[in-house]
Structure formats: structure tokens, C-alpha cells
Write a protein that binds this ligand. Structure first.
Ligand code: HEM
Length: 555
């Protein structure tokens, strides 16, 4: 038996442990064995050395007379760097309120991964696409496990299966079997008419706002619009959001938006705060109950309709809405999704559905008034495709609107609503670059900062939809652009979101001219769980003329 002593370079040689290298025949096999012992994610990054001499071949390692040091990508193995914190609050005042700006500064100072502690919660953040890909891949190394330090911990809910529960919880597998077919590309196509109707219903209100010629805050109305669509398509409910300019919000979207806002605050304040029996934590629990009660009533109403059971894929195409789908859909064993999972999953799908799309729609409106020429180019594309006031926007039409597509892609690069999907180390792990994590450490894939990483994106601050036509962007890496995350726990609603947003944008850009009111404020709301614009005001004018077709389209 050939036993050699190995240690992680960067630690003292006295920490070396015995490893039996008898079964190993090549240097690559040795690297793989060592990777398995130490949890090195990419074995090919391993190199060996002793007494500051490189040991490139197997026989060099075999003949070494001292403990063999292990380096990763030419680096010593090191803890994830980060700023020193203050007692109790940690790095809170260094990160908040401008967490996007401050985290950018920390990436510039510490490199592709850094660690901060805020009020007792410690997370690592990465803006590196390779590290992101490793974290996003459900594996022996990482999983979505919502531990105490995870940003979703205050609203963790096992029964939800999706979004708010651990991948290892059996409810994830269960809900993930039932919910995605209802949000897959085919199912979403059959919701296009409802999406057209929802935006049409909003016209009298936007007409009235245009006639008043007053400045208004688009977020409130985009929230009304996107929650109305999700209310109809996911929950089968009419929220009556567009009866007049001042119609109040339905209590369900209001409760969900408040819940997210409170969660962001609780998550940034730490574990002790979430345990309080009064104040924000109590309000959070009350809101959760209120939302669940409303959804239970919707399920009862759908079940009372007594429709036939159908296999998952058929149910997805024949159901009137997602709630109708879930009450009818049965799996290969003829089983329904249990009601407790149904309530929680519907709550999550509805909440995830409209909070994200309302923020993105608001940024898209922001782009119409902030970025020169965008509105004109989007309108021209519709003119060239023979749009008119009554055009029913179909999924087929959307496939042939490249400007709209790249405008939305660029907006999700520059101002994506979601920014902090977290994954948890399942064992002690050594990442490329030699960064060592302990089991239970949380890595946040900083979506905004990947999208703003100058190593990936030329001139990342510049809003430039045409970059999507360049070879560099077309040939980008798999995790260079991840607005919906990646891997098994990525967004299952992205088909829904993109179709809805495209239909709404077509209709709203066709019908209204969007005008700047003051200097558009690109600042985001630092106290919201998602990135949404704050203090954005616009005015609209109902269009009464449109440009002519481009000359290239005349023939
Ligand atoms: C612009 C719109 C949207 C964005 C940017 C977005 C983004 C994301 C991201 C980043 C995740 C991963 C979260 C994590 O890993 O912790 C996610 C998950 C999810 N999203 Fe979306 N989303 C959008 C719209 C929607 C819509 C419209 C729906 C449903 C109607 C939806 C339903 C979900 C669900 C259920 C999950 C959890 C999947 C799972 O846990 O396996 N999303 N979304």
C-alpha cells in the first residue's frame, strides 16, 4: 500500500492527512482522488508541490519526501475574502441600503466571490459565471437548501415545493411534477387571448391618465396589470383593477407585495428579528395566513365546478386557468397534487408571477423614456408588421419581432427584477480559484453583477439592445446571462413572463406615446425583495398617428 501525506497549500504542512494512492496510475487519477477527498469541484485545477517545488508527474508525487501541498488553479486554498464587520451588525452599514452599488464595490475590491455578514446572517456572493454554474447545479456540492442564512428563510415553506422549499424536500419533486406543465410553452400559448384581453381592459384607465396629462407612477399600474393577468390565469379570479383610475388593489396582490417587502427587511435584519412575536414578523405571519385563506376559497370554487380528471399534459392544454388545471391534473398513478401543496404552490406561483413581471414592466416603461430611440424602434417594428388598434397579438407574431426581443433581453441584463438566488454548500467544498466553503455556507449568485461584469459584457453600463446581434453575445457562456437563474431550480414561469410582457408592451407602445417627466430616476427600491424602480414618473399621450412603414418593408 502506498500512503502519501497531503495538505491544502495555504494551511500548515502539519495538517497533512494520509491518502492511499495505491490504486492510482496517472496524475489525472490522482487529482480525481484528491478532489474526492477534499471536495474540490474541478479536479483539473489541482496541482501538487512540496517544499516550493512543483510536482507535475505522478512519480514526482510518489517520490516526494515531504507532505505534498495541493494548490487550485495556481492558488493556495483560502477562505472567501470579505470586509471585516462591526460587532453585532457585521457589514450591514457597508452593504445597505444601496446593496447593488455596494456589492459591486466589494466585487471590485475582493474579486469574484466575497463574504459579508449582516446582522448575524453570512452569505457569499459571486459574479463569476463558472462559480454560478457550479452553485446552480444540483449536486453533491450544492443544492437549494433554505438554511438560516438563506435570504428566503423567513418565508420558507416546505409545502410550497417550488421556490420556498428545499430541493431535498419531497414536496419539491411532487410540485415540480405538477406545476411546470401548466407553465410550459404550449400551455402558455393558449393563455395569449387572456393576456390580450387583460391589457385591453386596462385601456380606459390609461386613456384617462393620458387625457389628464398628469404625471403618474407606472409601477402602481404595472402591478395592477400584471397581477390582474396572474389573477385570471393562475387563480381564475378577476381582481377588477381597471374599473377606474383610482380603483383600489385587490387585497391578494396587496398582501403579497407587502409580504415580500417585509421579508426583505426581516432577511436583512437577521434571525433574532424574525422570531419576534410582534411587529414585522407577526405581520408576515398574518399576511401568509390571509393569502392562504383566499387561495383555499379559490380552490374550493374550482373543485365545486366538478370537471373531469386529465393526465398532466392534456390538463395543461384544456384547463381554463392554472387552478383549474391543478384540480383536474393527475399523474401516471392517477394521483392529484395534495391540497396542502396546491395551496402553497399556487400562492408562490401567483406571487412569483406578478411581483417579477410588474417590476420588469416598470423597467421596460423606464427604458421607453430614458433610453433614446427605443420607443421609436419598437413602434416602427410593429408598423412594419402591419399592427393596428385591434391587432390580437399571437405567440406566432411575437416570434417575428426581433427588436422587442432584444429590448427585453437587454432590460433583463441591465435591470432584472430578481437578483439573489441562493444555493447552499452540501459539504466542505473547494471552488475554482481555491476558495474554500464549509458545509452549510450560502452562495448567492448575484445576477445583476454577472450581467454587469466587464469580463463578460463590453461596456456593461451601456443600455444597448444591439449587442444581442454581436457574435460575442451570441456565443456567450451558459451562465453569462441568467435572468431566470439556471439549473433544476430555475424559473418555471419564464415562458409565461416573456409572452405576457411582450403582449403588454406591444399594446402599450402601439397605443401611447410615453414621455419623460423630469429626469427618469433609475434608482431602485433598496427595501424590496426584487429590483424595481423607485420614483419613476411618466406622462402618456394617446397616439393618433403612427410612422409610415420602413422603405425596406414597402416592397
Ligand atoms: C420577469 C419575470 C420573472 C423573473 C425575472 C423570474 C426569475 C426567477 C428566478 C431567478 C428564479 C429562481 C429563484 C431561486 O433560485 O431562488 C425563479 C423561480 C421561480 N419562478 Fe420565476 N421569474 C419570473 C416570472 C415568473 C412567473 C410569471 C412565474 C409563474 C407564473 C414564475 C414562477 C416561478 C417559480 C414557481 C419558481 C420556483 C421554481 C423552483 O423552485 O423549482 N416566475 N424565477
Amino acid at each position: 500500500m502506498a500512503i502519501k501525506q497531503f495538505y491544502l497549500y495555504g494551511s500548515a504542512p502539519s495538517t497533512a492527512i494520509d491518502v492511499d494512492i495505491t490504486p492510482v496510475n496517472t496524475i489525472d487519477e490522482l487529482k480525481r482522488s484528491i478532489a474526492a477527498v477534499y471536495g474540490v469541484v474541478q479536479a483539473e485545477g489541482i496541482a501538487f508541490q512540496a517544499e516550493n517545488e512543483d510536482l507535475p508527474d505522478l512519480h514526482d508525487v510518489e517520490n516526494a519526501s515531504h507532505p505534498v501541498g495541493i494548490t487550485i488553479d495556481g492558488h493556495a486554498v483560502r477562505a472567501v475574502p470579505g470586509p471585516r464587520g462591526l460587532p453585532y451588525v457585521g457589514n450591514y452599514f457597508e452593504v445597505y441600503p444601496d446593496h447593488l452599488g455596494n456589492n459591486q464595490r466589494l466585487f471590485e475590491k475582493y474579486g469574484p466571490i466575497f463574504k459579508t455578514t449582516n446582522m448575524g446572517k453570512t452569505v457569499c456572493q459571486t459574479n463569476d459565471p463558472i462559480l454560478a454554474q457550479i452553485a446552480f447545479t444540483e449536486s453533491d456540492f450544492f443544492s437549494k437548501e433554505i438554511v438560516d442564512d438563506h435570504p428566503l428563510h423567513p418565508i420558507k415553506q416546505d409545502a410550497a415545493g417550488v421556490f420556498l422549499s428545499d430541493t431535498h424536500n419531497p414536496s419539491w419533486k411532487m410540485v415540480h411534477k405538477f406545476l411546470p406543465p401548466a407553465l410550459g410553452p404550449k400551455a402558455v400559448r393558449h393563455y395569449a387571448p387572456i393576456m390580450n384581453d387583460e391589457v385591453r381592459v386596462s385601456f380606459p384607465v390609461f386613456d384617462e391618465l393620458s387625457a389628464r396629462d398628469e404625471a403618474w407612477n407606472p409601477y402602481q399600474y404595472m402591478l395592477k396589470l400584471s397581477s390582474a393577468a396572474v389573477g385570471k390565469i393562475v387563480l381564475g379570479q378577476d381582481f377588477h383593477h381597471f374599473e377606474s383610475v383610482d380603483t383600489p388593489f385587490h387585497r391578494l396582490p396587496l398582501a403579497m407585495a407587502e409580504l415580500l417587502s417585509i421579508n426583505k427587511k426581516i432577511a436583512s435584519m437577521g434571525q433574532w428579528y424574525s422570531q419576534l412575536p410582534f411587529g414585522d414578523p407577526k405581520r408576515l405571519r398574518d399576511l401568509q395566513q390571509q393569502i392562504s385563506d383566499t387561495i383555499v376559497s379559490s380552490i374550493h370554487a374550482a373543485t365545486a365546478a366538478g370537471t373531469e380528471d386529465l393526465p398532466l399534459q392534456d390538463a395543461a392544454l384544456k384547463s381554463a386557468d392554472v387552478i383549474d388545471y391543478l384540480t383536474r391534473a393527475v399523474d401516471a398513478d392517477g394521483q392529484h397534487l395534495p391540497v396542502k401543496n396546491m395551496v402553497a404552490a399556487l400562492t408562490v406561483a401567483a406571487g412569483a408571477g406578478f411581483t417579477t413581471t410588474s417590476s420588469l414592466l416598470s423597467w421596460l416603461v423606464y427604458g421607453l423614456v430614458a433610453y433614446d430611440g427605443m420607443q421609436e424602434r419598437l413602434l416602427q417594428e410593429m408598423v412594419d408588421h402591419d399592427f393596428n388598434d385591434d391587432t390580437e397579438v399571437t405567440p406566432e407574431m411575437l416570434e417575428d419581432l426581433p427588436m422587442l426581443d432584444k429590448y427585453i433581453k437587454e432590460m433583463q441584463r441591465r435591470h432584472n427584477p430578481s437578483y439573489q438566488p441562493g444555493r447552499t454548500a452540501q459539504r466542505d467544498v473547494i471552488l475554482p480559484g481555491g476558495y474554500k466553503l464549509n458545509k452549510g455556507d450560502v452562495v448567492i449568485v448575484a445576477l445583476h453583477h454577472i450581467h454587469m461584469n466587464p469580463k463578460i459584457w463590453n461596456n456593461p453600463d451601456l443600455f444597448d439592445p444591439d449587442r444581442w446581434d454581436t457574435e460575442r453575445v451570441k456565443n456567450r457562456g451558459r451562465t453569462d446571462y441568467v435572468p431566470f437563474a439556471a439549473g433544476q431550480r430555475m424559473c418555471i414561469g419564464f415562458n409565461f413572463a416573456l409572452q405576457e410582457i411582450k403582449i403588454f408592451m406591444c399594446k402599450l407602445v402601439w397605443r401611447y406615446r410615453w414621455l419623460k417627466e423630469g429626469e427618469p430616476e433609475s434608482d431602485y427600491d433598496p427595501f424590496f425583495q426584487l429590483i424595481r424602480p423607485i420614483n419613476l414618473y411618466v406622462r402618456t399621450q394617446k397616439r393618433d398617428e403612427w410612422p409610415s412603414k420602413s422603405s425596406s418593408m414597402m416592397s
